[in-house]
Design a protein around this ligand. Structure first.
Ligand code: S3P
Length: 436
């Protein structure tokens, strides 16, 4: 298998020999929280203010979707948005909604639009067309939405006729915060109670934010129940995205003399798992300025040699997006690191088992794919070789291997660099800011 050809491809060239990673950095607003903030602000009866919204194309797609449904969006700075929403302004979208590369946008919008007695058509790019959608179609159908799509609704485009929903009691068959969010968003307009149960905790942003805007919500260990609700507008300063910070955190862990602080990270449920794994590997990480209410902290990272570990079981949903860059950390550790129980890697923006193993091999690392993960042979801390890698159209693969290239012995060329704009358009600026 090789990466699909893409119309416009740009390359990032990293010369190698760079570092250390120092200073203070504030990465973009959290992408998961940003998608939810936009969708909830559109439902809320009045004007909400969202500060430090993720600047990536993915969240831009969710903003465009609610605008197509009548929500009024204003922005003065590009980072602060006001959204005026509610029943009196929302209407059926007159055109197909294109989510681009965003799995979060399509799955959350499926639940969001199922709540309305409208026809909504959701489509995306070539990667979205291959990603599983049956996981949202099944519960939304059980609630009464009519959903069609290729392969009987298992693949996008999705055609949704919503409205007239009834609550369900649903146990997630895959540990997916996107599915939990889709069902809860639909539940806001359903008759009766909608309960989502999860065996393994996934990110809790939907339930945390629904509570903050006054939804009729109950949360217990492993379950969330929502009932029909009118949401209040809200003001939110979105914390920085731990999944984006993870790139710089790993860079500072592996490049000698690094000393970096990443500011205002969300470190709540199922988002800080990569920090636990790096600590297990021996990394020198400490929290500063922890804010219990916002579930944020600054994180200080100082270089220290790493040792291999095993990543698997119930910790995986809490670090699934960080596995590409954790694989780079593993490549610089002493010993063999195994990532297991992570078959979900295969249905992300790329098949991340295949793309990450290919990229590791391209920069001289021994790595083996497994059906549910990968095995990485660490080199004991030496710089990697550099080489040419393909992002496979996947922002996280592109950024992980830009990090691998920073202090590499030779140049690293990341083809398909344009994918980074989906989540982190300022990555190169931040690179110049914190890497010497
Ligand atoms: C997300 C949940 C995760 C994650 C994705 C964002 C979310 O996906 O990989 O990048 O915002 O809910 P799954 O729900 O598929 O696990």
């Amino acid at each position: 298998m090789s990466p699909a050809p893409r119309a416009t491809m740009t390359e990032l060239v990293i010369p190698g020999g760079m570092g250390p990673v120092t200073g203070r950095l504030r990465v973009p607003g959290d992408k998961s929280i940003s998608h939810r903030a936009v969708l909830l602000a559109a439902l809320a009866e009045g004007r909400s203010e969202l500060r430090r919204l993720s600047s990536g194309l993915d969240v831009g797609r969710t903003l465009a979707a609610i605008a197509a449904c009548g929500a009024l969006i204003e922005s003065s700075t590009g980072e602060t948005f006001t959204v005026t929403g509610g029943r009196s302004v929302l209407r059926e979208p007159a055109a197909v909604i294109d989510v681009g590369n965003s799995g979060t946008a399509i799955r959350l919008l499926a639940g969001w639009s199922a709540a309305f007695p409208w026809l909504t058509v959701l489509q995306g790019d070539a990667s979205i067309a291959e990603r599983p959608m049956g996981r949202v179609a099944a519960p939304l159908r059980a609630m009464g939405a009519r959903i069609d799509g290729r392969d009987d609704g298992r693949l996008a485009p999705l055609i949704i006729r919503g409205g007239g929903l009834s609550g369900i009691d649903y146990r997630l068959p895959v540990a997916s915060a996107q599915v939990k969010a889709a069902v809860l968003l639909a539940g806001l307009a359903a008759d009766g109670a909608t309960t989502v149960r999860e065996d393994v905790p996934t990110r809790a942003h939907t339930e945390e934010m629904l509570a903050a805007c006054g939804a009729d919500l109950e949360v217990g260990p492993g379950w969330v129940t929502v009932r029909r609700s009118v949401l209040s507008p809200f003001n939110l300063a979105i914390p920085a995205d731990p999944s984006q910070a993870a790139f710089w955190v790993v860079a500072a862990c592996v490049i000698p003399d690094s000393d970096l602080v990443v500011e205002d990270l969300y470190v709540g449920q199922a988002r800080a798992g990569f920090i636990d794994v790096l600590r297990r590997m021996g990394a020198d990480l400490s929290y500063e300025h922890r804010d219990e209410r916002r579930q944020t902290a600054d994180l200080r990272v100082r270089y220290r040699p790493l040792a291999a570990t095993t990543v698997g079981g119930s910790e995986v949903p809490g670090l699934i997006d960080e596995i590409p860059v954790l694989a780079v950390a593993a490549a610089r550790a002493e010993g063999v690191t195994t990532f297991a129980d992570a078959a979900e890697l295969r249905v992300k923006e790329s098949d991340r088992v295949t793309s990450v193993v290919a990229a590791l091999r391209a920069v001289g690392v021994n790595a083996e794919p497994r059906p549910d993960g990968l095995v990485v042979q660490g080199n004991g801390g030496a710089p990697l070789a550099g080489g040419k890698i393909d992002s496979w159209g996947d922002h996280r693969v592109a950024m992980a291997f830009a990090i691998a290239g920073l202090d590499a012995a030779g140049p690293t060329v990341v083809a398909g660099w344009e994918s980074v704009a989906t989540s982190y358009p300022g990555f190169e600026e931040d690179l110049r800011r914190c890497v010497s």
